[in-house]
Design a protein. Structure first.
Lengths: 86, 503
């Protein structure tokens, strides 16, 4: 499937980054890709056992981790936050 | 024959106007270029600037300023100041000269346009001096920077930068084009004079001049002072225009023009002066922070001026009061980690002593911005230099052209504002940037940030395509100004050459 750019702000980072994922990726894979690119670069590693979730910026509800990008009705460069689930 | 005293002829000369007979008024002053805001020309003719000067006196005063500045330069030409200057100061000089020189020169065309198309003869007179001022400002700064070219090729960017598509230059050029180069004479005069010159030039030219003198760079300090004295004179064009607008039922229009220009230019100065004052000025000579200066000169002094003219404080004033403690800190992280995208050698300026100063001036800095620097610093200590450069590009604001940033670390707060038009997502770093876009979407929606250009195929997919597009050869891509030897302080030696940050 096609590349899809998303604007991601991972908890602790100073701003949004544009991360390119595949439309077939799930939200969980988006989270993992973001972690790979930002943790230990701008954000310290999270404690073991930390659960990260993603949500559309402005929403309080987390996205389903199994949801595929292609099915999420995102617009290109959709802004997502990846945050620590409490 | 006795000469007339200035007060006997000055007003007659500066108020001279005429009624065209070969063409109509509308042909001579087409609305898109002129825009009298439906105020009669007789009212525009009452334009009255506080500080008046004759051409003869102008020439004499400017000559004296040039003599002063150029003689200091000549006297210090043999000093090894630049060779001995720290990477801090070199970064500051490179950033200032390559961003400001061409911007000044471009302003000459804005003032010339104001001269030609204003309906007010008094303003025509003042804008003529403004045109000459800006030509001088462009020339003096390029000439002063030229001396450094033999030491460092980065100063080639003083001339080159405006012709590139570097992301920082796109940002600055877009802001200046928006307020000064694509507006009618009346609007441009208000935006340029009120929103840029009156509001902000003190920040870059007075504050920086004081820091330069403390650092021992008297050539730069004298040059900046000589420029600012001109700004103080021609910036006063804005005040009488705003008074005429307010007194003739056009307060809302004037208000909006000031609000658009002020925010657009704040974003640019936030990066230029914010990074310059809080990071690039060597710590030993750093006294006041950006926040200190903004609170006194802009939020205080300029705010009072705006209200005295009959306008309201901009609606986003409370947002500004928070922004002065945040935006430039976030952008400094970005400028450092994406340093290859800049043409100078950025410095981190977050050694332990500098972090202490930042914490003092911005309580909470260590728990927020400091957390990103903790990670960067540790990577450097581990020798993992590649990890100090994010693989993912930053999101860029579709108005100011700088990064969309929030607050990092323990008080993490993601900030994003957006609009969707024709299936395209436009992102903004702040409510005011979004507000400006929403006033006139057709004016802005065709512009693409550097990141838009990456993802729409304008820029090719290879890493070199990106730099080539921005006009940067491999030698012109920024590297750490201290070669990573700053994380635990600057007292290190390499081949008996000390690295120092004292000036």
């Amino acid at each position: 499937m096609a590349d899809f750019p998303l604007a991601i702000n991972l908890q602790g980072d100073y701003g949004y980054k544009v991360i390119v994922v595949d439309e077939a990726n799930t939200i969980e894979e988006v989270i993992n890709t973001s972690v790979d690119q930002i943790v230990s670069v701008l954000v310290a590693p999270f404690p073991e056992g930390t659960i990260l979730r993603a949500r559309v910026h402005g929403s309080d509800e987390p996205l389903d981790n199994s949801l595929r990008v292609a099915d999420a009705h995102f617009i290109r460069m959709e802004a997502l936050q990846i945050y620590v689930e409490k | 024959m006795a000469l007339l005293k200035m007060e006997e002829w000055y007003d007659l000369a500066r108020e001279t106007n005429w009624t065209p007979s070969y063409v109509t008024e509308d042909e001579l002053y087409p609305a898109p270029m002129s825009n009298n805001y439906d105020i009669p020309v007789e009212t525009w003719e009452t334009f009255d600037e506080p500080y008046k000067v004759t051409y003869r006196d102008y020439v004499n005063a400017q000559r004296d300023k040039d003599v002063g500045a150029y003689s200091v330069k000549a006297a210090l030409a043999r000093s090894d100041f630049f060779k001995n200057a720290s990477p801090h100061w070199k970064a500051l000089l490179a950033l200032h000269f390559s961003a400001v020189c061409w911007a000044e020169f471009h302003s000459a065309s804005a003032f010339a346009r104001i001269t030609r198309f204003t309906r007010s003869p008094g303003m025509r007179n003042m804008a003529t001096f403004g045109t000459l001022d800006e030509i001088r400002h462009g020339q003096i700064q390029i000439y002063f920077a030229y001396e450094f070219l033999k030491h460092d090729a980065v100063f080639d960017w003083c001339h080159k930068s405006s012709k590139t598509e570097n992301w920082i230059i796109i940002s600055l050029r877009h802001a200046l084009d928006d307020i000064a180069h694509t507006r009618d004479a009346t609007s441009a005069a208000i935006m340029l004079n009120m929103g840029l010159e009156l509001a902000f030039t003190n920040l870059q030219f007075v504050a920086l001049s004081a820091d330069a003198a403390k650092c021992g760079d008297h050539t730069f300090a004298t040059m900046l002072q000589s420029i600012q004295s001109d700004e103080a004179r021609h910036a006063q064009i804005g005040e009488p225009i705003v008074r005429i607008m307010v007194e003739n039922g056009k307060k809302k229009e004037a208000q909006q023009l000031v609000e658009i220009a002020f925010w657009r230019i704040w974003k640019q100065f936030s990066a230029l002066s914010g990074i310059g004052m809080d990071y690039y000025t060597p710590l030993a000579h750093r006294e006041n922070s950006l926040k200190d200066f903004m609170e006194e000169w802009v939020i205080g002094q300029f705010g009072r001026t705006v209200e005295a003219l009959g306008l309201d404080l901009p609606w986003y004033w409370d947002i500004l009061k928070k922004d002065i403690s945040n935006f430039h800190h976030a952008n400094q992280i970005g400028v450092y980690v994406y340093r290859a995208t800049e043409w100078w050698r950025p410095i981190a300026a977050t050694s332990p002593a500098e972090r202490e100063w930042l914490e003092k001036k911005y309580p909470g800095w260590n728990e927020t911005y400091g957390k990103c620097w903790d990670v960067i610093s540790q990577n450097i200590r581990n020798g993992d230099y590649e990890k100090t450069v994010p693989a993912a590009p930053p999101l860029i604001c579709n108005m100011c052209g700088l990064e969309v940033t929030g607050v990092p670390g323990d008080k993490w707060q993601a900030v994003n504002h957006h609009i969707d038009i024709d299936d395209r997502r436009y992102h903004f770093c702040s409510e005011p940037c979004k507000w400006i876009f929403e006033i006139e979407p057709s004016r802005y929606k065709g512009h693409k940030s550097i990141i838009d250009r990456v993802f729409d195929g304008t820029i090719g997919p290879e890493p070199d395509d990106f730099y080539n597009y921005m006009g940067q050869s491999p030698e012109e891509r920024g590297t750490d100004g201290y070669e990573y030897r700053w994380v635990d302080g600057y007292d290190e030696f390499d081949n008996d050459e000390p690295l120092h940050a004292t000036g």
